[in-house]
Design a protein around this ligand. Structure first.
Ligand SMILES: Cc1cc2nc3c(=O)[nH]c(=O)nc-3n(C[C@H](O)[C@H](O)[C@H](O)COP(=O)(O)OP(=O)(O)OC[C@H]3O[C@@H](n4cnc5c(N)ncnc54)[C@H](O)[C@@H]3O)c2cc1C
Length: 480
């Protein structure tokens, strides 16, 4: 920990994955000074308050900051790349701070501090002493809180709980005392899946678990988001999704194609998913989750001792079940704004489902360019998806960003070599079965896919790519 300096080049608000990956890329290419401010006591953002059995959704191989590996690229018992536990993620970010950022002499860190920005006035306020320090920021304030969402430990429940009913956040599940004769898992997202898998993995009978899911999500099979030596399987799945995006005749047809090629999957084959938030689960885990057959569809309004009150009906529960609240929204989804503005950088998604990568990319672009318009062209922001249809927009945004990177050879090189890019090193795998064909598909079908996704997401809207028409984009894609 260090004091706030009176003047810095950059002031980064938030020492979570976004602020850390941005800072790492920035100081890797410049001599600029950076002050990172966070309300929490240590770097790592929400991982400081996460539930004890959490793991990354994705392999550790491409999470964190660009200059340092997370984990050892071990293949775990599932045959896939290891996923760090919450504690490992925290230890990693703390080591990045203590062993890399602070010794660099470029970075200072003010934990337990609020950053307040009031016009030109920027102050850092200690949460322990209320001391206020004014800071002059020479270049930019970096808002690394865009994705700061509600997590189970901190969110406010949107439903009432009667005094004689039992409802705990997922964080407290590890303190269960054996008095519950059943479990009611509340929520349809990845946190709820983690709770169900944890209960099943500890021998709880699926028949004593009730799962209340307001809407079902589309899920990315973890098998398709592997990197490094398994990057071929990622590319083959990605190419199939490009093909589906190019050929689909409607949004419904697109999701049918994405499902049949294995790019997306769902919990209940008989129930149409309405949500896409990037939940990533392995195929065996999905099979395990399907063993829970007591599924209640609806949004919870109140938990009473003997029943759950939903928007439109009540469901009786027997005995004294433990309700597990997994309804926190996890990722915030504010409206996008330009990433680069005068004196301000707002870290936002650019490429879908790659938080660390996006923050590092923005750091690289900031460290290599002065022209704001050029910087924004290379990092078009894309709001995190929520609904199933948002998959279409988000994929289109990602593909548009890809066409723009092709116009900047150094950015393209950076992308190809970044450890945070799931697809890095793909060219070394062209001899593997299916990989050369998949690369060919990506090269030849990306432009038609981009055009078709524009029609599917909004039939009235033409493709708005400042970098050129779809056919020009296609020409560039074919050359890459
Ligand atoms: C259980 C779980 C698993 C996940 N797994 C993955 C995964 O595998 N891959 C992936 O890409 N994403 C994953 N995510 C998404 C996750 O949100 C990101 O990975 C990432 O950790 C978010 O980092 P962040 O820096 O954007 O936000 P945060 O971690 O929320 O950090 C923002 C920080 O800003 C600080 N802050 C806010 N306001 C102020 C202020 N005014 N002054 C000072 N400080 C302030 C907060 O204290 C906080 O520490 C997961 C999310 C959850 C909940």
């Amino acid at each position: 920990m260090s004091h706030s300096p009176a003047e810095v080049d950059y002031l980064v608000i938030g020492a979570g994955a976004s602020g850390m990956a941005f800072t790492d890329a920035l100081i890797g290419g410049t001599d600029h000074s950076v002050l990172i401010v966070d309300r929490r006591h240590a770097s790592g953002g929400h991982w400081n308050d996460t539930y004890p059995f959490v793991r990354l959704h994705q392999p550790s191989a491409y999470y964190g900051v660009g200059s340092r590996n997370l984990g050892a690229d071990r293949i775990d018992e599932t045959g896939m790349y290891e996923r760090a536990t919450g504690l490992e993620v925290l230890g990693y970010f703390q080591a990045v701070m203590e062993e890399h950022f602070l010794p660099s002499g470029q970075v200072t860190f003010a934990p337990m501090s609020d950053c307040r920005v009031d016009g030109e006035r920027v102050s850092v306020v200690s949460r322990l002493t209320s001391t206020v320090r004014e800071v002059t920021v020479r270049r930019s304030i970096v808002d690394a809180r865009y994705a700061e969402g509600a997590i189970p430990a901190t969110h406010r429940r949107s439903f009432a709980v009667d005094d004689d009913a039992r409802c705990i956040p997922i964080n407290d599940l590890v303190h269960a005392d054996g008095t519950a004769n059943g479990y009611v898992v509340l929520g349809g997202g990845k946190t709820a899946m983690d709770a169900c898998l944890w209960l099943l993995g500890h021998g709880v009978d699926p028949d004593v678990i009730t799962w209340v899911r307001p809407r079902d999500p589309w899920i990315m099979p973890r098998e398709t988001v592997q990197a490094r030596d398994q990057v071929g399987s990622y590319l083959i799945s990605y190419a199939a999704s490009v093909e589906a995006s190019a050929d689909a005749t409607s949004a419904a047809d697109l999701f049918a194609r994405l499902e049949s090629c294995g790019h997306l999957t769902r919990l209940d084959p008989g129930y149409e998913p309405a949500v896409f938030r990037g939940a990533t689960v392995s195929v065996p885990e999905i099979e395990m989750l399907r063993r829970i057959t007591r599924v209640v569809r609806g949004r919870v309004r109140r938990i009473a001792r003997d029943r759950i009150v939903l928007d439109d009906r009540e469901v009786r529960v027997h005995g004294r079940p433990l309700h597990i609240d997994c309804t926190a929204s996890a990722l915030a989804t504010p409206d996008p704004r330009p990433v680069f503005e005068a004196g301000r950088i707002t870290i936002q998604p650019v490429q879908a489902s790659s938080l660390s990568f996006n923050a590092a990319l923005i750091g690289y672009i900031e460290s290599t360019r002065e022209d704001t318009a050029e910087k924004n062209t290379l990092s078009p922001p894309s709001r995190y998806p929520i609904t199933a249809d948002d998959w279409i927009r988000s994929r289109r945004d990602t593909m548009l960003a890809h066409t723009r990177w092709l116009q900047a050879p150094d950015v393209q090189r950076w992308v190809q070599h970044s450890r945070l890019n799931i697809a890095s090193g793909i060219r070394a795998h062209v001899a593997e079965p299916g990989v050369a064909e998949a690369l060919h598909t990506v090269r030849t079908r990306s432009a038609p896919a981009l055009e078709n996704l524009a029609k599917l997401s909004n039939p009235q809207e033409a493709v708005k790519d400042d970098g050129g028409s779809p056919s020009r984009s296609e020409a560039r894609l074919s050359r890459s």
